[in-house]
Design a protein around this ligand. Structure first.
Ligand SMILES: [Zn+2]
Length: 113
């Protein structure tokens, strides 16, 4: 089972590859492939063909997905790339916690599955 530890709008730190050391916001999580698209990371050039006379062709820069195992969540509290832990509060709420500073990151919403 491939569970992605980050989610949309998380700030993440890239560990490996040509973008190592970069941080960015998660734009999209592709859970089935355990891949993420991170803002400004792994840009690739795409050539776009003009369609019709109103649309210009050209070269656009677009983010490509990277493996979610190559990113770490950046904790909003301690600002460090950190491992994410899970904790269940007394009220039964499941939360994500930062393993570096111990702060609660956010609540895990148990969605469909
Ligand atoms: Zn932290």
């Amino acid at each position: 089972m491939s569970k992605v530890h980050v989610k949309k709008d998380d700030n993440v730190y890239v560990l490996t590859g040509k973008n190592a050391g970069k941080t960015g916001k998660v734009l999209k999580v592709i859970a089935d492939d355990a891949r993420v698209i991170v803002e400004g990371v792994n840009m690739s050039v795409k050539h776009k063909k003009p369609r019709g006379r109103n649309q210009q062709g050209g070269i656009i820069n677009q983010e490509s997905a990277i493996s979610s195992s190559n990113v770490m969540l950046v904790c909003a509290k301690c600002k460090r790339p950190s491992k994410v832990g899970h904790k269940i509060l007394e009220n039964g709420e499941k939360v994500r916690v930062c393993k570096a500073c111990g702060e609660i990151i956010d609540t895990v919403r148990e969605g469909k599955k």
